[in-house]
Ligand binder design. Sequence first.
Ligand SMILES: NC(=O)c1ccc[n+]([C@@H]2O[C@H](COP(=O)([O-])OP(=O)(O)OC[C@H]3O[C@@H](n4cnc5c(N)ncnc54)[C@H](O)[C@@H]3O)[C@@H](O)[C@H]2O)c1
Ligand SMILES: O=C(O)C[C@H](O)C(=O)O
Length: 312
Amino acid sequence: MKITVVGAGAVGATCADNIARKELAEELILLDIREGFAEGKAIDMMQTSALLGFDTKIKGVTNDYASTADSSVVIITSGLPRKPGMTREELIGTNAGIVKGVTENILKYSPNTIFIVVSNPMDTMNYLTLKTSGLPKNRILGMGGALDSARFKYYLSQELSCSPSDLNAVVIGGHGDTTMIPLIRHATWNSIPVTNFLTPEQQEKVVSSTMVGGATLTKLIGTSAWYAPGAGTMAMVESIVRDEKRLISTGVYLEGEYKQQDISLVVPVVIGKNGWEQIVDFSLTDSEQETFNKSAEAVRGMNQVLSDSNFI
Ligand SMILES: NC(=O)c1ccc[n+]([C@@H]2O[C@H](COP(=O)([O-])OP(=O)(O)OC[C@H]3O[C@@H](n4cnc5c(N)ncnc54)[C@H](O)[C@@H]3O)[C@@H](O)[C@H]2O)c1
Ligand SMILES: O=C(O)C[C@H](O)C(=O)O
C-alpha cells in the first residue's frame, strides 16, 4: 500500500506521522512545493522509526509527482491556513488554484486513487476535486466532520466530566464556523442521551464551542490546528486501508440524500476499501433539515465562486 500526502506543513506532516506510527502504508510520499521541505520532514520522521518501531518508509519530494505513482490514497493538505480573525472561506482565492493543480498532477500518475481533501474551505475544495478529477464520487472524501465530531465529544466530555471515548456524537453540515451542525439530539453517553444530563444552557455552550472550535485554536496558536486534524484524517485512512467500515462524518457529494443535490457536505458515511460506501440517513427533524439547508445555501455560494472564476 502506497499513500501520498500533499503539503508537508503542519497538517500534512502530522497526517504522515500518524499514518507511519500506525503502519497504514508500506510507502508514504510526502510532497511539497517548497524546495527541500518535505525531504527534511520525511528524514526527521524516519529518524523516529527506530524509537517508535514502525516500518513505513517515508520519502519527501519537492513537486516530483512521478514519485507519487500508484498511490492508493492521496491526502491533499496543500494551501494556506487561516490567521486569527479570518474565516476558512477567505482562503478560497489562493487554495482553489493549489487544490486544482495538485489534483490534476496526482491523476497523471494515480488515475484511480482515493482522495481525502483537507485544504480549506474544505466543502468547496472537496467539490472542486470531484469536478476536476471526474472520478467516481465514492473516491472523493472531505475531512472535517471527523475532526468536528471529535471536538464535539471533547466539549461534551468537559461538561459531563466523562471520558470522550464513552461518547457518541456527530457533526454534519458544512465545515465552517456557521455551517456546521452538532447534532446534540443524537449525542449519547454510553447510549443515554446527553440531553438527560445537561441543561439547555450547557447544551448551547457545547454546540457553540464546537462550531467555533477551529477559530478558537487559531486565535490561541496564531495559525490553525494540526494535531486533531491529523488524527481525524488518519482515522479515515485507517478505515479505508483496513476496510473497517467505520461510520464517520465525511464531506461527500450528495445527489438527493439529505434533500440536497450537486454539493459536497458533511454527512455520516461508511468508509471502507472503496472510499465512502454508504450514506447513513439520520432522519433529521424539520428544524434540523432547515438548518442543513441553510448550510447548503452558504456552501453553494462558495461553490459558485469556483464557476465564476473558471475553476470548474
Ligand atoms: N479540513 C480540516 O478540518 C482542516 C484542518 C486543519 C487545516 N486545514 C487546512 O489545511 C491546509 C493546510 O494547513 P497547514 O496548517 O498544514 O498549513 P501549512 O502552511 O503549515 O502547510 C501547507 C503546506 O502546503 C504547501 N503548499 C502550498 N502550495 C503547494 C502546492 N501547490 N503543492 C504542494 N504543496 C504546496 C506549503 O509549502 C506548506 O508547506 C489549510 O488550508 C488549512 O486551512 C483543514
Ligand atoms: O480552523 C481552521 O481554519 C482549520 C480547520 O478547518 C480546523 O477546523 O481546525
